[in-house]
Write a protein that binds this ligand. Structure first.
Ligand code: NAD
Length: 353
């Protein structure tokens, strides 16, 4: 029947990829038309941010190293004050999804151009999506003005990403691509990106587990993460992202690990309803996508059970209730009993059929 009709909005953005590409930060800041950027990081990556500030000299307006999980509005307000006080005209975020969230939150408020040095596989750097927390409530918005203008992917900066974090973050990236494959608004290009992203991470993660400083594998994983993030930024997400949002938002479970545990179960849930769309991914995992992803995740030492993240069995009913409260599109209809059973299996860490 040929190519189905599609609509495809491509996000603008410049990608600078390669080992050592951090050295191009100065040129990229200039290319953006910025004179002095505020460098944003977490406390954990403060030393890296300060080293970059030193290398940039007058192009660095200062370092704000207080980025935190879930982009709390109080931190954003403090960062806005630091931006103004430093006389910055742009933001350079150095880190993972939490740090990038803060850069986006600044840009959303003052239109600051952003350049991102991405050091995990979460993919936020290539999406126009911003999640923020105020008074314990997490809200998500989509606005082209939060999309970073330039992304530097330097695999050298990921050599020190701990193995456990690399595994969880890599599966987090894969989840964007798996859901992208069956997205209602997918298109042939987003499906190519998703399949190639999954392939690259599928190949790279086992090597990283054995040899965390393997440069070729680190490069391939970061390349896969870029593709998977691009899919997240392009097409709609369904059950998997919805459930992870509930578990993170209402039960405070850690982001990447929750994605890693849930992916085999949500993929298994949708496997029959989206068999054709998922076929390229299923082929990479030996045929049955749910069990295949579960075995792969086990083989690289990923966390397997929600109970190991501290979730109580008595929380599962409430999680299922919240997850079905607001309807959204999913290849297989979402009903409470099915979701409750899925959550039970994920809580126990059972292998999907
Ligand atoms: P993170 O940014 O919270 O990073 C976890 C820790 O690892 C931090 O302390 C960080 O400083 C450290 N770290 C990062 N890179 C490192 C490296 N290369 N070496 C050593 N340490 C490093 O974790 P994350 O999983 O990247 O991001 C999760 C957050 O991002 C969540 O809040 C999630 O909602 C958000 N997110 C948003 C989007 C979006 O499109 N808006 C997409 C994905 C994730």
């Amino acid at each position: 029947t040929g190519i189905a009709p599609f609509q495809f909005s491509i996000n603008p953005g410049r990608i600078v990829f390669g080992p050592g590409s951090l050295a191009q930060a100065a040129t990229e800041i200039e290319r953006l038309g910025c004179k002095r950027v505020l460098i944003v990081a977490t406390a954990f990556q403060k030393n890296d941010a300060e080293a970059l500030a030193e290398a940039l000299g007058p192009q660095a307006a200062g370092v704000f190293a207080e980025a935190a999980m879930h982009t709390p509005v109080e931190v954003t307000e403090k960062a806005m004050a630091a931006y103004a006080a430093a006389g910055a005209d742009g933001v350079l975020t150095y880190g993972g999804g939490s740090t990038i969230g803060l850069g986006k939150a600044i840009a959303w408020r003052n239109d600051a151009p952003q350049i991102v040095v991405a050091t995990t596989y979460a993919g936020s750097e290539v999406t126009p999506i911003l999640g923020q927390t105020e008074k314990g409530l997490k809200t998500t918005l989509r606005d082209p003005k939060v999309l970073p203008k330039t992304v530097i992917y330097d695999p050298e900066l990921t050599l020190g990403l701990p193995v456990a974090m690399s595994v969880a973050s890599g599966l987090n990236a894969m989840a964007h691509a798996v859901e992208g494959l069956y997205a209602q608004d997918r298109n042939p290009v987003s499906s190519l990106q998703a399949t190639e992203g999954i392939r690259a991470l599928r190949a790279a993660l086992p090597v990283i587990v054995r040899d965390p400083s393997n440069r070729a594998a680190r490069g391939e994983a970061l390349y896969g993460a870029w593709l998977c993030g691009t899919v997240l930024g392009t097409v709609g997400m369904s059950l998997h992202h919805k459930l992870c949002h509930v578990l993170g938002g209402s039960f405070d479970l850690p982001h990447a690990e929750t994605h890693a545990i849930m992916l085999p179960h949500t993929a298994a849930f949708n496997a029959a309803a989206a068999a054709d769309a998922l076929a390229p991914a299923a082929a990479l995992f030996g045929g049955a996508i749910g069990a295949g992803l579960y075995d792969f995740a086990s083989s690289i030492g990923a966390p397997k059970a929600l109970r190991d993240l501290g979730l109580l069995e008595t929380d599962l009913d409430r999680a299922a209730d919240i997850a079905v409260k607001n309807p959204y599109w999913n290849p297989r209809p979402v009903e409470r009993d099915g979701i409750r059973a899925l959550l039970q299996r994920a809580w126990e860490g059972a292998r999907p059929e």
